[in-house]
Design a protein around this ligand. Structure first.
Ligand code: HEC
Length: 299
């Protein structure tokens, strides 16, 4: 799944966190506010840390690091991992429907911790030949006043140690925060103090995340529709939509198009398949649906 690959890449990227005397910020828990450029994403983060929006993702994502150089390193495409003293905190917003796309089946008996764990496992699925991360026991932080609950757990792999959290905020929006430092730094007796400290920072941040929008909007963005297209309104009167371009763009979000081009189906069968894909989450309006079916039936 392309979107998932992108996410795991991002999670790797955040591990690119950088050096810093971060923990030396003195015992005060002072926080400052982050507000995204479009003013939709807000959250509080440790005062003195550095933030940057990641423009390369199809969903809101913000990188926070404990130094400016760490932040810049994180934002670059360079492939590196945190060293001791470096902390990267990654905040992103996803539609709750992403859980289904990620193959996570949410059942009644799952609490926020189970959901966070399932999500972390799905997002961080190892590539072939890579070792799977080690996941700790999930925990749940219950919030006051019907604010829901945050699920979180530690995870460690050969590249980084960190704590992952997920929290369903309003309007079917999922707030995700992940904090990471050097591999091995959160294990052992010494590590447990630092693990506690990072977990506290993470939870302080994750509970403050808010998004001025809905899960549906995020889903559109994720699926490549983009808000701009959304505003163009009723395209059913638009002339000749390009079925091929639509297939390349909208049908490659969750699986490769190989799957499509290797299938041999009649127009009726494609209608059934395309409708099922729309049920799966593919974004096509009526006119686009028809253009896609017409293209697939003729190819
Ligand atoms: C939101 C995610 C998502 C999008 C977007 C998506 N698919 Fe799928 N697709 C799936 C999933 C999940 C499966 C496997 C389960 C199933 O068949 O429903 C699948 C399976 C398929 C299959 C193999 C099964 C079969 O019936 O032959 C084809 C072909 C296919 N998709 C075509 C498409 C086309 C064409 C589009 C664009 C209109 C599309 N997909 C967009 C999620 C998606």
């Amino acid at each position: 799944m392309k979107s998932l690959r992108l996410l795991s890449l991002l999670l790797v990227v955040i591990l690119v966190a950088s050096p810093l005397a971060v923990f030396a910020q003195g015992g005060d828990d002072e926080m400052e506010a982050f507000v995204s450029e479009d003013e939709k994403v807000t959250f509080m983060y440790p005062a003195g840390w550095f933030t940057s929006e990641d423009p390369s993702t199809p969903f809101p994502a913000v990188i926070v690091a404990n130094s400016e150089t760490a932040r810049d390193k994180l934002m670059s495409d360079e492939d590196s991992y945190p060293e001791s003293g470096e902390v990267g905190l990654f905040v992103m917003l996803l539609p709750s429907a992403f859980l289904t796309l990620a193959g996570v089946e949410v059942t009644e008996d799952m609490d926020a911790g189970d959901i966070a764990e399932a999500l972390a496992v799905a997002l961080l699925a190892p590539d072939e030949g890579e070792e799977a991360p080690e996941f700790g026991e999930p925990d749940v932080l219950e919030l006051d006043d019907d604010m829901g609950s945050v699920g979180y757990l530690t995870l460690a792999d050969s590249e980084a140690d960190g704590v992952f959290s997920a929290y369903e905020i309003e309007n079917d929006v999922l707030a995700i925060a992940y904090i990471a430092t050097a591999a091995g730094d959160l294990s052992g007796d010494e590590g447990s103090d630092l693990a506690e400290e990072l977990t506290a920072i993470l939870l302080d941040v994750v509970v403050t995340i808010s998004y001025d929008g809905t899960g549906d909007e995020l889903l559109m963005q994720l699926m490549g529709g983009g808000p701009a297209e959304d505003e163009s309104g009723d395209t059913s009167s638009a002339p000749a939509l390009d079925g091929e371009a639509l297939v390349m763009e909208r049908c490659s979000v969750c699986h490769t198009t190989d799957r499509i081009f290797s299938a041999v189906k009649t127009a009726d069968e494609w209608t059934v398949t395309v409708d099922r894909m729309i049920g799966n989450g593919a974004t096509l309006n009526e006119a686009e649906r028809e253009a896609v079916i017409a293209y697939l039936s003729e190819m």
